[in-house]
Design a protein around this ligand. Structure first.
Ligand SMILES: *Cc1c(COP(=O)(O)O)cnc(C)c1O
Length: 377
């Protein structure tokens, strides 16, 4: 007699999950079959959608969020021995792009209850070498942009927003992407909207946008390119360029997902609200800020907890992934010595942890996350 052994694989609620819709797959396949897969009409369509959604005057598509940041720093003229005032509470990409230009990241402290740069700590970090201010909307929750822009205005510095996690966020009723800055979005695999890999540089400045469009593709203005008899278009390249452009296959995924972005954002907001409601009174747990003058993009759900190792162990044993996602990056040798003058970041590094918040979560998953935390640690 044959016996079958039922292997019960325990359910897990993952910290992140990729969301690619069937429509997006169909559109990408149609693009692959179209005979044109480079930077073309689908990228233009995707740019128009993102510009409309973010109310940016210009949206320039590139092949990653990192490329968008890198291009933004180039546009700001950041070069060797310059300094950029930024935050260490982010992914390493935010500071790597500064090093790549031969410049140095200078870290301002963060706010314990948002993880975002503290505008009050920026002025004392500014020197004669400072060329830009680079805040990050941690977990997609908007920074204090009025205060940051006031410091920037006063010191004549441009602001580059690392909005990699912030697509869909609003500040004082205006979408992130529409402020007088250069805002850089990411469409990497687990971001709220994915193109597999991709990014967008949003700006209100006509000259910056025109330069970005040239420089993302070797400094060549494709729109002004004219064919010649012998095939090689005539051009004169006047500034350093890169291979940062987006392709139509990635943009096909982007256009289909843009049609769903409002639905995705609303669902993420609903899960966030449920967590905030259900976890507000949990002893030993502190929620992050949610001010009425702004709305996050809900990239993940960060909280502060006492005895973090015990917390992580307890919720994981109940099938729920908890993760710090990213901790301070100045611990990496390449970014210089570990800073000792960031007391709020020190505090945050000891207690922050994130819970799953993404579009693939079912209502049951959300209940499981809440139960896993409320059971205690
Ligand atoms: C994802 C991310 C990036 C990098 O974006 P890519 O598209 O992966 O290059 C930069 N900064 C932050 C905060 C991110 O989350």
């Amino acid at each position: 007699m044959k016996t079958t052994v039922q292997v019960q694989t325990a359910k897990r609620v993952p910290i992140f999950a990729v969301y690619v819709s069937e429509r997006a797959i169909e559109r990408a396949v149609a693009t692959l079959r179209s005979g044109y897969i480079g930077d073309g009409p689908v990228v233009r369509e995707f740019e128009a959608q993102v510009a409309q959604f973010t109310q940016a005057r210009h949206a320039v598509a590139v092949n990653s969020g990192t490329s968008a940041l890198s291009l933004a720093l180039a546009l700001a003229g950041v070069g060797p021995d310059d300094e950029v005032v930024t935050t260490a509470q982010t992914f390493v990409a935010t500071s790597h792009v500064i090093l790549a230009r031969g410049a140095r990241p200078v870290y301002a402290d963060v706010q314990y209850l948002t993880g975002n740069i503290d505008p009050g700590d920026i002025p004392r970090r500014i020197t004669s070498r400072t060329k830009a201010i680079l805040p990050v909307h941690w977990a997609g929750y908007p920074c204090d942009m009025d205060e940051i822009l006031a410091v920037a205005d006063q010191r004549g510095l441009p602001v580059i927003e690392d909005a990699a996690q912030a697509l869909g966020a609003t500040y004082h009723g205006r979408p992130i992407g529409s402020l007088p800055t250069v805002a850089c979005f990411s469409f990497q695999a687990v971001k709220q909207l994915t193109t597999v890999d991709g990014g967008m540089l949003c700006t209100q400045d006509d000259d910056a946008a025109e330069s970005a469009r040239r420089r993302r593709w070797f400094g060549i203005d494709r729109a002004k390119r004219r064919p010649t008899l012998l095939g090689e278009p005539a051009w004169d390249i006047t500034e350093p360029g890169y291979k940062y452009h987006m392709n139509d296959v990635a943009a096909a995924l982007g256009t289909a997902h843009m049609d769903e972005l409002s639905t995705i954002h609303a669902r993420l907001g609903q899960i966030d609200a449920r967590y905030r409601d259900a976890l507000a009174d949990v002893p030993g747990l502190t929620l992050f800020d949610a001010a009425p003058d702004r709305e996050g993009a809900f990239f993940t759900f960060c909280v502060h907890v006492e005895r973090r190792d015990d917390f992580a162990h307890a919720v994981r044993s109940r099938g729920v992934d908890a993760s710090v996602v990213h901790l301070r990056i100045d611990t990496n040798t390449v970014f210089g010595p570990l800073r000792t003058d960031l007391p709020q970041l020190d505090r945050l590094t000891e207690t922050m942890i994130c819970l799953p918040l993404h579009y693939r979560l079912t209502d049951d998953d959300v209940d499981d996350v809440i139960d896993a935390v409320r059971t205690g640690w």
